[in-house]
Design a protein around this ligand. Structure first.
Ligand SMILES: C[S@@+](CC[C@H](N)C(=O)[O-])C[C@H]1O[C@@H](n2cnc3c(N)ncnc32)[C@H](O)[C@@H]1O
Length: 422
């Protein structure tokens, strides 16, 4: 998430989490723990309200409705994993993504909202994918986590005719509200990448999707990783330490993680990557997001509400986004382990520079100079201000530090965005 003014570099790093009490569930795989954390709520494809007018208003701004559901669930099941809590808070009934969350009028902005140059340069990458794949017709573009369709619009508008004519654009989003917005934009929308037939020659793009996939909060102890669960604490919620809810989670934690530090383990990201790879018969999966810093630093679990960063993600669930950086190294290992070509991760700054950012900026600067010469001061100012916004995409300590990674399926030719040696 990038709240324009507060990119990841300016985020408050959460130090080691406060001491939590320890609880020992009767059975790690019993009801309420491992078994249920695997059970994702419906992703909406059976949702009767789909396509009808959806609640755009903030029905749960105070988080009460979601909190009540979670309290009832915890009363029934006992403490739940943080992944299950996050899943309910973002995607469950009354959850955060049930409203328009992204955009200047939402709670945070992402790169395409900062500047259309992001989509223009991504279109250059998509065009190159098409050429590297020997110009397939039809050429399939899938965008996962498409949100309100801002990026889709930018990419389609910037694609050259020869590619656009042969392209199909499918926007995928788990949120029924997002799908309604995407359809209102005239886009084809689906609820899940896992539903797509596997026949595609093309590419799958995902900008800032992975960080929003639910994660388990693990903490290193003298006896290896333990898991933090959520339980009720008076009117609110608190974390409580217990054993791992799924044995496989331990594989997602770096062995060198210091005792006392936390790690967000996100098997949902590995599953998503597998689904994305399965949806493309031949082509590329292109992922951009902000990455976890190394195992020596406590990762920041945080959220955004009304463009402000918040570190208390347990109170008023549903009222804010919840996010933590993405473990690109583990995703790269997973894809390589499947015998696929992996490029990157490189910084978003390098990726955008490799895709021609400087050329675009020079042309804009030329138009600005011409506007000044022609005494069109307002135009010159507008161009200057657009250039300043575009440059935020490269900002160190902000969006420029995001990571871009690409996976090739049945293709070995490296794309421009990850080839940077700048
Ligand atoms: C932070 S927003 C990013 C939106 C857009 N990509 C952008 O750059 O502005 C994340 C989006 O991913 C969607 N999402 C989360 N999990 C998903 C999944 N498993 N499949 C598809 N979309 C998902 C959310 O509903 C939300 O719209």
């Amino acid at each position: 998430m990038c709240p324009g003014s507060s990119g990841p570099g300016s985020m408050t790093r959460v130090g080691p989490v406060p001491t939590t009490q320890v609880f020992v569930p009767s059975s790690v795989n019993g009801p309420g723990l491992g078994a249920r954390t695997q059970t994702m709520p419906s992703i909406g494809h059976h949702d009767g309200s789909e396509g009808s007018s959806l609640p755009m208003g903030d029905t749960t701004a105070d988080g009460r409705a979601v909190a009540e559901l979670l309290r009832a669930r915890i009363a029934r099941q006992g403490p739940i994993t943080f992944a299950a809590f996050m899943d309910a808070a973002l995607y469950g009934e009354g959850g955060f993504y049930g409203r328009r969350a992204v955009g200047e009028r939402g709670d945070f902005v992402t790169a395409p909202h900062v500047s259309p140059v992001f989509g223009i340069l991504l279109a250059a990458q998509v065009e190159e994918f098409w050429r590297l794949l020997d110009e397939p017709d039809p050429f399939s573009i899938v965008e996962a986590g498409a949100g309100d369709g801002t990026l889709a619009r930018q990419v389609m508008d910037a694609l050259p005719d020869a590619v656009r004519r042969r392209s199909t654009y499918l926007a995928v989003d788990r949120s029924p509200t997002a799908r309604a917005a995407l359809r209102a934009e005239g886009l084809r929308a689906a609820a899940s990448v896992s539903e797509l037939p596997a026949a595609r020659h093309g590419c799958l793009l995902a900008n800032e999707l992975l960080d929003n996939l639910p994660f388990h909060r693990l903490r290193m102890t003298d006896d290896g990783p333990a898991e933090l669960y959520v339980r009720v604490d008076g009117d609110g919620f608190e974390l409580v330490q217990g054993p791992l809810s799924e044995p496989g989670l331990a594989d997602l934690v770096p062995a060198e993680l210091s005792v006392g530090l936390e790690w967000p383990a996100r098997p949902a990201a590995t599953r998503f990557l597998d689904e994305a790879i399965r949806a493309i018969a031949r082509g590329y999966v292109w992922l951009a997001d902000y990455a976890l810093s190394g195992a020596e630093e406590a990762p920041s679990v945080h959220g955004y509400r009304a463009h402000r960063l918040e570190t208390d993600v347990l109170s008023e669930p549903g009222s804010r986004d919840i996010t933590a950086g993405v473990d690109f190294a583990s995703l790269a290992r997973h894809a390589s382990g499947r015998g696929l070509a992996v490029w990157g991760p490189v910084s978003q700054r390098d990726a955008l520079l490799a895709l021609g950012f400087r050329d675009l900026d020079r042309r804009a600067q030329q138009r600005q100079v011409e506007a000044v010469a022609a005494r069109r001061g307002i135009d010159a100012l507008r161009i200057y201000s657009n250039r300043a916004r575009a440059n935020l995409l490269l900002a160190r300590g902000g969006l420029g530090d995001f990571s871009v990674m690409c996976v090739g399926i049945g293709v070995e030719r490296e794309p421009a965005s990850t080839s940077s040696t700048l």
